[in-house]
Ligand binder design. Structure first.
Ligand code: URA
Length: 252
């Protein structure tokens, strides 16, 4: 029940007043029933809150082997100066056949220690954003522009991005997601090769190609969860962006 309450609180913060239930009919929710201090009051059935998940018909074996091969090729990477200060390489985690992939900037202190992406405070918010979409972290794939922590969480530098980006592109090729959600200025600007501000980029789909022969993948830039923690009033805009992604994945 705690998870459901967290989920509903996240919806409320986002300004959501309607929720998809069976058959994608939108029903109104009375959020006053979902106060963490009064869990017994809630009467909505858990199954009514589920938004349908997305299925793909990929060849599991091929995709997982490819992603494993990318990890092997990366090895104990010494291709840039971040290797001297990192604890762990943060390769990425999640579903190797994910329809939806999230790309952040680079690991922070918690991620560096655990070797996993988005496991700190911003990661907690990202997890809530994913569950508000009716998905779990196991349904999506999460990675970063750079795989090693920049000291003091400074933005990654050109000579760090250049050797790392080809590995992210290979991961994207292996996973072949339908949509990439670029989290924050840095991820959006890097994937889209632009200097446009995130506030102007967000909310629209753009085409991204891993190479000249690849099919285009749609990229939706949105605000970084760390920015949303500092600017909670922007959560509504992020939720608008996530709803566009949900609609694109599951149009019915
Ligand atoms: N911020 C990011 O951009 N990536 C992480 O993995 C964690 C925090």
């Amino acid at each position: 029940m705690k998870q459901v309450v967290d989920w509903l609180n996240w919806y409320r913060d986002m300004g959501v007043e309607m929720i998809a239930t069976k058959g994608l009919v939108y029903e109104e929710i009375n959020f006053c029933h979902f106060d963490e201090r009064s869990e017994e009051k809630s009467s909505l059935e858990i199954q009514e809150l589920k938004i349908s998940r997305y299925a793909r018909n990929d060849n599991t074996e091929i995709y997982s082997q490819t992603l494993t091969a990318v990890r092997e090729e990366l090895g104990d990477c010494q291709r840039c100066k971040l290797c001297a200060t990192r604890t762990n390489i943060v390769f990425g985690s999640g579903n190797e056949k994910a329809t939806l992939m999230f790309v952040g900037e680079g690991p922070g202190a918690d991620e560096d220690l655990q070797g996993l992406p988005f496991v700190g405070k911003a990661g907690e918010l990202l997890t809530k954003m994913i569950s508000a979409m009716g998905l779990s972290r196991e349904d999506v794939y999460i990675a970063n522009i750079v795989k090693c922590r920049p000291p003091n969480n400074r933005p990654p530098e050109e000579d760090e991005i250049a050797p790392c980006l080809p590995f992210l592109k290979k991961q994207i090729e292996a996973i072949a997601p339908k949509i990439i959600c670029a989290l924050g200025t840095f991820a959006a600007q890097t994937l889209l090769s632009t200097k446009t501000r995130i506030a102007d980029l967000r909310g629209k789909f753009y085409d991204f190609r891993c190479n000249d022969t690849c099919d285009a993948i749609k990229v939706m830039p949105t605000f970084h969860p760390a920015y949303l923690l500092r600017n909670p009033s922007e959560k509504k805009k992020a939720w608008e962006d996530l709803k566009k992604i949900m609609k694109e994945i599951n149009p019915s």
